[in-house]
Unconditional design. Sequence first.
Length: 259
Amino acid sequence: MKEADPVKPPTLRVMTYNVHGCVGTDGALDESRIAAIIAEAAPDVVALQELDVERRRSRGLHQARHLADTLKMDFHFHPAVTQMSEQYGDAILSRLPMTLLHQGMLPTSSSRLAFEPRGAILVQIDVQGQPVNVLNTHLGLSWSERLAQVTALLGPDWMDGSIRTHPFVLCGDLNAFPGSLVYRTITRRLKDVQRWTLRSRPRSTFPSRWPVTRLDYIFMNSRLQAHKVEVLNSRETQIASDHLPLVADLVICPEAEAM
């Protein structure tokens, strides 16, 4: 008698992508290029940084809503900057059921480089009945600012409880190099998917035309395993934004389902 096939654990395909306001390295504003790249990668959830909402420079478009509608996904947007009706910030798009858990601003510092407010957004994704928490952020340009922001994110208001109780994903543009203090602070609690999955050297994501370093990351806790990780480097991604998108296929560990 043939044995029944084992039940496959739930899988979540995650993308993080700094889209640079949908302005490419050729200087052209074109949301359709970003949408096409996301559609081809087919993520379940995508964390986007540097989106405009009703800004004159972007023809007054709500870029998060436009991309979500084009891709037939739900979205949550958090503005890090608001000036009158114009906003600028980050979003999470999902084709799976999604609940907003928290969004807000992150601490800054007195550095001359800390001239732009930064925020984060935390959602819960329903993956075949299993909740997975996903946080998207875009950290500052000053090292002291980034350290304060990561310290806040790892604290009780954002991640500490979630890391302990749920499959958890942190992704975004950290503006931090691998091996930096900010990176090491995160990897004390979470695993870098490129380090834990790729047998070869992790792939760079910035700048898109000649990638020489990693600024864009996906981290996961021990309740997840990464089975495949890709930096999407093609003629299209080199032009659409100044960052390359990072995609990871994450599998929920069997023990996580029994929580």
